[in-house]
Design a protein. Sequence first.
Length: 404
Amino acid sequence: MKILSKVLVASGLCFYATLAVAQKTDQFMGEIVNYDEETVPSYELPALLKTNKGRQVSNIGTWEKVRRPEIIQLFEENVYGYTPKKFDSIRYLVTNEVPDAMGGRAHLKEVAIRVWNKGNSVTINLVLFTPNKSRQPAPVFLLINNRGKRNTDPTRAMKSEFWPAEMVIDSGYAVAAFHVSDAAPDNKTDYSHGVLDQLYPEVLQQANGMKAIGAWAWAASRVMDYFTTDKAVNAKRVALVGHSRGGKTALWAGAQDQRFAMVVSSCSGSTGASLARRKYGETVSLINKQFGYWFNDNYKQFSKNVDALPVDQHMLIALMAPRPVYTTNAAQDRWADPRGSYLSVVNALPAFRLYDGQLTLPSEMPALNEPVWRSVIGYHFRQGKHDLNVYDWSAVIKFAQTRL
């Protein structure tokens, strides 16, 4: 599919106004960063619905049995790394419980999820609030917390828009979170200390072995393992939420683990929701320079040759089909390429249409603060900066009320 940048004109005059007053290029880590739509190159996306052998995919069976596994393997080999599937044992220990948390509105559980493999173990610490007013197992929003642990404070002494737990509870949902550092510290010197060096040290020596994002996605699946045992939670209605690098992780975890019923990716940008081939904002080269420890070693070979990459991010979003997926962007976050993120959703549409032939999306990017909710696909482009805030949560909750 060949795409010419000059014909992809997005709607939303506010978006253009933002760009018009801003500089069109910048420099970062010795590279020029492009913020000019006029210099986005023409590019051809890898075919979504064509198998490695050139067979056109026209039905659900071929997608699920052939093409979808092929795309997973391509991302494993070239971007995020292979995720080990086996471990020796897993146990759950409730370390703290408050039945009348949030002034009686919620039941708090803090759960230590301990996983063993080959004599070593790691512990993923989960904070979980379930609504006391619910008489049935509650659907749950699970946040991959890549910010300070205080953002998901179980005592609620500190409240954060990043995780507005009270608002989620009052909407009838359970709300949960784990911190990425329990699986892999988010820095280039210590990222291996945890899941990687304790449970799967062999992957550290493999060019296609998972690194930090793979470890965080693995941890999200271990939380899902726990949810299947908790009668207060509806494990068939779990929405996985992530922001920025957490948003990249949410997409990768949701692609691999189809038990997640919905995936929300906030401002995830490069190697998240935005198309790599647009070379707008943060590029593959820049993200590998600064955060190479998130991805497997093979990904580095595409830093200066992104057109050779056998996948692009529309294919990652397509892996959510037919489950609901919601992506977001912010006007002041050009680094994450809002237009490229929306185009990624649009170009993922053919996979979703295998399940719902009536599903359509506007070809033009929506205006500021005008969410697009079409069947199982949601997207919004809001005012403000790179963040996950109350506006985002409010929109996602409304979307989930009819989709999750």
